[in-house]
Design a protein around this ligand. Structure first.
Ligand code: 5GP
Length: 106
C-alpha cells in the first residue's frame, strides 16, 4: 500500500471525514481547516504531486477537475479558492496529489 497518510485514507486504513466520493475520487474535510469550509480532493490514482499530472489519462484528469467543481457546488460554495501545493517549499506536506478547496467566508 502507498505509504502516505492520504494513501491510507483512500485504502480506508485510517479514518477521515468523507464529504463525497465516487469510484475514482474522494473529498474529505481537512483535519486542520484554514477556512470555514476546507476540503481536500484526492484521486485514488497515486502520483506524488501535480508535477506528474501527465501520468493521468486525459479523461481522468478532466473528471478530477469536474469532481472538484461538483464538490464545491454540493457544499453550497459559490466563491471559493482551489489550490495545489507543489513541493515542500511551496507548502506540500503530503506526497499524494490533492486539491484544496477553501471557502465559506460569505
Ligand atoms: P499540503 O500541505 O500537502 O498541501 O496539504 C496537506 C493537508 O492535509 C493539510 O492542509 C493538512 O491539514 C491535511 N492533513 C494532514 N493529515 C491529515 C489527516 O490525517 N486527515 C485529514 N483529513 N487531513 C490531513
Amino acid at each position: 500500500m502507498e505509504d502516505t497518510i492520504f494513501g491510507k485514507i483512500i485504502a480506508r486504513k485510517i479514518p477521515a471525514k468523507i464529504a463525497y466520493e465516487d469510484e475514482q475520487y474522494i473529498a474529505i474535510h481537512d483535519v486542520n481547516p484554514q477556512a470555514p469550509v476546507h476540503l481536500l480532493v484526492l484521486p485514488e490514482r497515486h502520483i506524488d504531486s501535480f508535477r506528474e499530472i501527465g501520468e493521468f489519462p486525459a479523461e481522468e484528469a478532466k473528471r478530477m477537475l469536474e469532481f472538484v467543481a461538483d464538490v464545491a457546488a454540493r457544499e453550497g460554495l459559490t466563491d471559493y479558492r482551489v489550490a495545489v501545493n507543489v513541493g515542500p517549499s511551496a507548502g506540500q506536506t503530503v506526497f499524494h496529489l490533492h486539491w484544496h478547496i477553501k471557502g465559506g467566508w460569505v
